[in-house]
Design a binder for this molecule. Sequence first.
Ligand SMILES: Cc1cc2nc3c(=O)[nH]c(=O)nc-3n(C[C@H](O)[C@H](O)[C@H](O)COP(=O)(O)OP(=O)(O)OC[C@H]3O[C@@H](n4cnc5c(N)ncnc54)[C@H](O)[C@@H]3O)c2cc1C
Length: 405
Amino acid sequence: MKKPKIVILGAGYGGLMTTVRLQKQVGVNEADIVLVNKNDYHYETTWLHEASAGTLHHDRVRYDIRDVIDRSKVDFIQDTVVEIKKDEKKVILENGEVDYDYLVISLGGEPETFGIQGLKEYAFGITNVNSSRQLREHIEYQFATYNMEAEKNDTRLTIVVGGAGFTGIEFLGELTNRIPELCREYDIDPHKVKIVCVEAAPTVLPGFDPELVKYAVSQLERKGVEFLIGTAIKECTPEGIFVAKGDEEPYEIKAGTVVWAAGVRGNAIIEKSGFEAMRGRVKVTPELRVPGYEDVFVIGDSSLVINEEINRPYPPTAQISMQQGENVAKNLAKLIRNNQDLEPFEFDNKGTVCSLGENDAIGVVFGKKLTGAKASFMKKVIDNRSLFMIGGTGLLLKKGKFKVF
Ligand SMILES: Cc1cc2nc3c(=O)[nH]c(=O)nc-3n(C[C@H](O)[C@H](O)[C@H](O)COP(=O)(O)OP(=O)(O)OC[C@H]3O[C@@H](n4cnc5c(N)ncnc54)[C@H](O)[C@@H]3O)c2cc1C
């Protein structure tokens, strides 16, 4: 009898978790497992703010996919997904195609620019290893160029961060640690450097505990960040941004670097392949399947799961992606054994920790509020846990964060 073929698209948190769980739960004779990813490495998306600021080398945030998969059970294809032909049960890749019996889409998300003019062209993103490396190099280039110019252009040393959500705040935490080093390295007066964070919402870190938000803001302000809250970016240009508060007239902030860190939408492949989606995210069934396509699962940033308690979607996180991966692996193991009694996905929120740089953070873990070194320690525990869950002790020892204080 022909073995069922399970194809997993994307080797991020959700996709790799699905793969490593499946390879444990399914025998070689039970199913063919194929993993497709555009790079031969996995990157820790949740560490990209560090690589982007230059506080952690980009090689520390990635590892070889082949080191964590069981190659006797999983066929790894390094290629880029172009489109999913869901009615033909086929995935079109840049260099070929692959058919499937069951498909797991875990291609991650993309920055949501809300149609703001110029952002796609002129702002930097914190989305993958390439974009992080480019951002780090760009900031360094601005510092290196400053002292080469006869007529000093101080706006080279202005960095604007659009968005005071999780990614924006974590990046600011790292950046404010990196700037003193850069100033020393390039003989620049630290007073010349300006860091501005622009947020359209009425608060920093919307949804976070207000007491913790206050702590985060005061720590970052102390390190030189200027917050413009309730202020929207109207346009991004090669020279900086135009912002406005409410209906007020937009004004310009000249900046050598603009980083866009607000908003995530699903991977463009979702809409291109004709799946019904909200901002590129598929509202999945309780078993994480696409309504009407029982053989297709969507997990991670491209999926949309409603938190019934508040009737709003759960924010896209690594935590939920990994839990979805575990759930899908369990259900796929059932399906290939003709057991249709699938387990619905239930998110178990273990808490959230937002880093404010190497030794500082805020968070709520198992219902307890934490700040400072304790929260920062928990952040490292969380980072290490995800390595352990995917690659066991070997990966943890190779890539883990053990510098505690
Ligand atoms: C700076 C930053 C900090 C964050 N901090 C936290 C945190 O502390 N806690 C938390 O829970 N969440 C955090 N998040 C959010 C979290 O990183 C994402 O929600 C998570 O990475 C989503 O996982 P995923 O499996 O959907 O996709 P990803 O982990 O992004 O993986 C997607 C994979 O698909 C591959 N891929 C994409 N397109 C294609 C294609 N066309 N063909 C082939 N392969 C493709 C990519 O290369 C990648 O390997 C953070 C995000 C950022 C940017």
